[in-house]
Design a protein around this ligand. Sequence first.
Ligand code: GLN
Length: 201
Amino acid sequence: TPVIGVLALQGDVREHLIALAAADAVARPVRRPEELDGLDGLVIPGGESTTMSKLAVAFGMLEPLRERVRAGLPVYGTCAGMIMVADKLLDGREDQETLGGIEMIVRRNAFGRQNESFEAAVEVAGIEGGPVEGVFIRAPWVESVGARVEVLARYDGHTVAVRQDNVLATSFHPELTGDHRVHALFVGMARQRMGTVGATT
Ligand code: GLN
């Protein structure tokens, strides 16, 4: 069974822990660098990316997280988490740090400009059984992607779900819907990685 951490500096950590457990992973909150050891995957939750970025620096997590992403740890970012795995931001705060991992430019609060929060059915490549209910809360969108990025979903002409190798990101919040298919997709990525590097549990 894969062990998946949820970065617990700020954001909707609890909802992800519940969704991951429902998707057959062992889930645990992670705040310190040493808690990254032994993980088969890591979720970066929704919340406020500027605060999360500051806390990552304050907790000495920024570099350890960057190293894990580079080393191939499966990482899934939702909303603020998507912002955290972007290589570049538009409308980011000036000193806002990201981990990077996906060669893309993400525009913060992009949908929020039009519409603070809304729900919409989103068809996601690789997810069977019909569209997922996308919950968008002051959500970012992906403005542009590099050649290695797979676009998994678009909504209203904007890219809202992407994957590059070990890193998955969505503009919306599947952890708030009770539909665990996106988490199951991510747990599958973690399982696949366990198969290639040897089981940790
Ligand atoms: N607007 C937030 C940010 O920039 C993201 C919102 C969310 O995670 N729901 O971090």
